[in-house]
Design a binder for this molecule. Structure first.
Ligand code: NOJ
Length: 490
């Protein structure tokens, strides 16, 4: 673990009021604001328990695990280009082979089954289905996902399919700068729904809007690594949310009845400095304002005034019908939650101040991964109170750790277990208080290609020996298996 202060983590539990949580449910456990959905009392049989129907899962993404980049007609993506550009990824890592899951998917299904998970969140490589992003579908690519889905179902594991996890086909000239990419995405999403919704009941359109727009076209540290001026960045963002909205419409038009549609977003998460009404209110404000271009636009079907005013002449150009599509009603909202920022109420124009992380704030191995377990509770609570989604999932949560292999060949990642136990404590609080969160997907099933960090930051609960492709459960996998088995915090 990098620079982590173990004592602070321990204190996190006390500060979260876990002392009370261990006893009977306090009356104060009721959501404090109105309109957060019916209180269900799910899991109330055991003070540390989860509801019997809670969905435990693991998550991965195509380019990070599949390999087989030149097989069966797969087209090239922006990540193939980026990873093969010298100096872009740490140690020159690429997804050429990754975990070789394209060939070893049956082994990976066996890992999931051994864990006891009910669901698996994976992504489809768009360029396996439409090698250049649109045009004629590639049956061999579809066959792969049919095999995967059928294998999961045979193992009693529910497939949750993400349609876009950053691996944009390079054949789509103009990438996310072009509106056509959003239209092409909708065609692809509708196609996948028509071919798989007889078996797949949960579709997520896009993964982490901020990463494939801002980080890829503004900060320049994700593919295609551009640094565009703000007006163009806002247009890229708009095409991202538009792709999501048109994708929802296309899935609904082509899917079987009962199919559920949402997205997996990494909204920036805020937690109140102190749990008092004014700081909580400031936190909700920050959540809405700071995510104005992504989740807020999707949940409200409009760009809020403060965002438009702040962008001025750089604001996105919106065509008739765009906002209606972007605000298409969802069956669920999924959040990827790793870290959060602390907010306090302040006499600023916005009414809040975001407090900076400090040099000695605890972090995991990735420098951006500040340890903030309360993120799981406050993400669920703020999204619930602001927008009242029908249902929420945590579509990703987990951490990188140093993970030395012990003499017996095992990784004893006690720091990852500590991270997960702390975070899940706050997930359990959200469940206990009746927020409509139905499942949790741990990132990640196994060590894999971590984008610009190559293979130097590992998030798996299974260690992968990238020379032999041997998968070995880490201590955290044993811990997660026990959590799932007992269905309570352990
Ligand atoms: C979120 C992304 O969706 C995933 O691809 C990535 O590996 C994890 N965060 C960890 O950084």
């Amino acid at each position: 673990m990098t620079g982590i202060n173990r004592r602070e983590l321990g204190l996190g539990l006390a500060a979260a009021g876990l002392g009370t949580a261990l006893g009977a449910w306090p009356a104060s456990a009721q959501p404090s604001a109105p309109g957060t959905g019916p209180r269900t009392d799910r899991g109330a049989q055991d003070p540390l328990g989860f509801p019997a129907d809670f969905t435990w899962g693991c998550a991965t993404a195509a380019y990070q695990i599949e390999g087989g980049v030149k097989e069966d007609g797969r087209g090239e993506t922006v990540w193939d280009t980026y990873a093969h550009t010298p100096g872009k990824t740490t140690d020159g890592g690429t997804g050429d082979v990754a975990c070789d899951s394209y060939h070893r998917y049956a082994e990976d299904i066996a890992l999931l089954k051994a864990l006891g998970v009910k669901a698996y969140r994976f992504s489809v490589a768009w360029s396996r289905i439409f090698p250049s992003g649109k045009g004629k579908p590639n049956q061999k690519g579809l066959d792969y996902y049919n095999r995967l889905v059928d294998g999961l179902l045979a193992a009693g594991i529910e497939p949750h399919m993400t349609l876009f996890h950053w691996d944009l086909p390079t054949g789509l000239q103009g990438g996310w700068q072009s509106r056509d990419t959003a239209l092409a995405f909708a065609d692809y999403a509708g196609f996948m729904a028509s071919k798989t919704s007889d078996r797949v009941k949960h579709f997520m359109t896009v993964n982490e809007l901020r990463c494939f727009t801002d980080l890829a076209y503004w900060n320049g540290n994700k593919a295609p690594a551009l640094r565009l001026p703000m007006d163009q960045v806002n247009q890229v963002r708009h095409h991202g949310v538009l792709a999501h909205g048109l994708g929802v419409q296309a899935i609904r038009a082509h899917a079987r009845a009962g199919t559920q549609v949402g997205l997996a977003d990494n909204a920036t998460i805020f937690v109140p400095a102190i749990e008092t009404p004014e700081h909580i209110e400031a936190t909700k404000k920050a959540m809405r304002e700071e995510n104005a271009m992504f989740l807020t636009a999707i949940m409200e079907g409009r760009y809020i005034d403060s965002y438009l005013a702040a962008q001025g002449k750089d604001a996105p150009k919106v065509q008739a019908g765009d906002m209606k599509a972007i605000g298409s009603p969802l069956d669920f909202v999924s959040l990827n939650v790793y870290t959060a920022n602390t907010v306090r109420a302040a006499a600023t124009a916005s009414g809040y101040e975001i407090l900076p992380h400090l040099a000695n704030s605890p972090r995991m191995a990735s420098p951006w991964l500040y340890v903030t377990p309360e993120a799981l509770y406050w993400s669920i609570r703020t999204v619930s109170e602001l927008w009242k989604p029908k249902k929420l999932y945590i579509s990703e949560n987990g951490c990188s750790a140093d993970d030395p292999v012990a003499q017996d060949g095992k990784v004893y990642d006690a720091d990852r277990v500590m991270y997960l136990r702390n975070y899940l404590t706050h997930l359990q609080r959200a469940v206990r208080e009746g927020y409509p969160v139905d499942g949790y997907f741990l990132w990640s099933l196994m060590d894999n290609f971590e984008w610009e960090d190559g293979y130097t930051k590992l998030f798996g609960i299974h260690h992968v020996d990238f020379k032999t492709q041997k998968r070995t459960p880490k201590l955290s996998a044993d811990w997660y298996r026990e959590l799932i088995r007992s269905n309570k915090l352990v």
